[in-house]
Design a protein around this ligand. Structure first.
Ligand SMILES: [Zn+2]
Length: 428
């Protein structure tokens, strides 16, 4: 979506319904912002945002994105990725460490902070690597990385396979009250697979990826969590069995949380039927039973939040065909509309629930306490036009990546604006 940004000292948002799931609030009221803070009234010279019939909520959060910088700026930069985030209604994203160099040292984290501050489109919290160079062998310096602003630790793109290394990571996480985010995949089990192993992979003749590669790692990690007490978050959970294990772990009182990607809520492995490389992801698209389990997991709070796993790639990389193309799709600009498609248009949930999965849910997992929507608080807000019908079109995207299977989809509901203190981003 095209983005227009401007700075204003005084803003009046008129007519919106305020939905703040963390505060249990849902009511219609005008909101004034003066000098970046929510105020009781705005001067008559204020910039007015007409939001009649729209929802005003705390700024949306996506705790799983790939901004690609440093090292892969031909796919995305921090400036273009955070513009895509703002266009998708997000005011904060957590970015994964599989950059070059890897986010495994304070200097690289500082670069991410500096570039995102310069771009000033969206808040960015770097997720630091669990192991040096994401090689799964030697733990990073958690204390120094936390000091440098790491919001969590993950080797995303790979799981930490070695039991002893992961046990040590849990112990270090416990010592520092840090969050471990695991990309759950034993490559020894998934090797060679390019899509979910099942009826569709057999029918079209593409190598299948055994769901056990995801489930076995979650099983091992829950045992380590029980043993050590370290905080553990399952990235992009995607199978019914995996969700069942997290449900049991939560019932047991373990500090386990989970996220689901928007694409795993709306697509099945049938979408891979014509071998479009834009349907190739890790974890792969699953059968309908797993999609239903993902939706049910959100509804019963087994799954805490919705993420995009925004993974931009160059067109020529995706043109390499299903076998050779890198996995992943862009997601920031379609997230809200797809979540609405999966959870609201199906009659399963309402807008306050969807907003909770993009605000209170991820904020709790990350230990963030965003400012409440009340006078004196810094403005950190998203406005969603819940009745807006729009068609996903590559030409208007702010991300450098165009790798999405959702081109041409008509979605209902779209962010129209984000406000971060003085900074207003209008999504056109
Ligand atoms: Zn991952």
């Amino acid at each position: 979506m095209a983005l227009e940004t401007a700075r204003h000292n005084a803003v009046l948002i008129r007519g919106a319904r305020i939905v703040d799931p963390a505060a249990g609030r849902s009511e219609s009221a005008d909101v004034a912002i003066v000098d970046g803070l929510i105020a009781r009234a705005a001067p008559t010279s204020a910039y007015v945002i007409e939001a009649d019939g729209m929802i005003l909520c705390p700024g949306l959060v996506d705790m799983h994105v790939h901004l690609r910088e440093p090292g892969h700026e031909t796919k995305e930069t921090i400036a273009t990725g955070t513009a895509a985030a703002a266009a998708g209604g997000f005011t904060f994203v957590a970015c994964m460490p599989n950059t070059t160099p890897v986010l495994d040292n304070p200097d690289t984290l500082k670069l991410v902070h500096d570039r995102s501050r310069e771009a000033d489109r969206c808040g960015v919290g770097p997720v630091a690597a669990i192991t040096v160079n994401r090689e799964g062998r030697e733990l990073t310096d958690f204390a120094a990385l936390l000091e440098a602003g790491a919001v969590a630790f993950s080797d995303d793109g790979s799981g930490v396979e070695d039991d002893e290394v992961m046990r040590a990571a849990f112990q270090r996480a416990k010592t520092h009250d840090a969050l471990l985010i695991q990309h759950c995949e034993y490559k020894s089990i998934s090797a060679g697979g390019v899509m979910h192993l099942g009826d569709v992979s057999r029918r079209i003749g593409l190598p299948g990826l055994d769901p056990r590669s995801e489930e076995a790692m979650i099983e091992r990690d829950i045992a380590l969590c029980r043993e050590t007490g370290g905080r553990y978050h399952v990235a992009h959970i995607s199978t019914a069995k995996a969700i069942h294990m997290v449900r049991e772990a939560k019932a047991e009182g373990l500090p386990v949380t989970a996220e689901v990607c928007t694409h795993h809520l709306v697509l099945t492995d049938e979408a891979c039927g014509d071998a479009d490389p834009n349907t190739k992801m890790h974890p792969p698209l699953r059968p309908m039973g797993d999609v239903d389990a993902c939706r049910a997991g959100l509804l019963d709070a087994t799954i805490d939040c919705i993420v995009t796993d925004h993974a931009p790639h160059r067109a020529e990389e995706k043109a390499a065909g299903f076998l050779a193309a890198p996995p992943g799709i862009v997601g920031l600009e379609t997230a809200v509309g797809l979540a609405a498609r999966a959870m609201i248009e199906t009659g399963l949930a309402d807008w306050p629930a969807v907003i909770r999965w993009f605000t209170a849910g991820p904020n709790r997992v990350l230990g963030r306490t965003p400012p409440p929507i009340e006078p004196g608080s810094p403005a950190d807000l998203t406005i969603i036009d819940t009745s807006r019908r729009w068609t996903v079109t590559p030409g208007t995207m702010s991300s450098k990546g165009r790798n999405t299977p959702f081109i041409g989809w008509e979605l209902i509901g779209r962010p129209s604006c984000t406000v971060r203190r003085h900074q207003i981003a209008l999504c056109r």
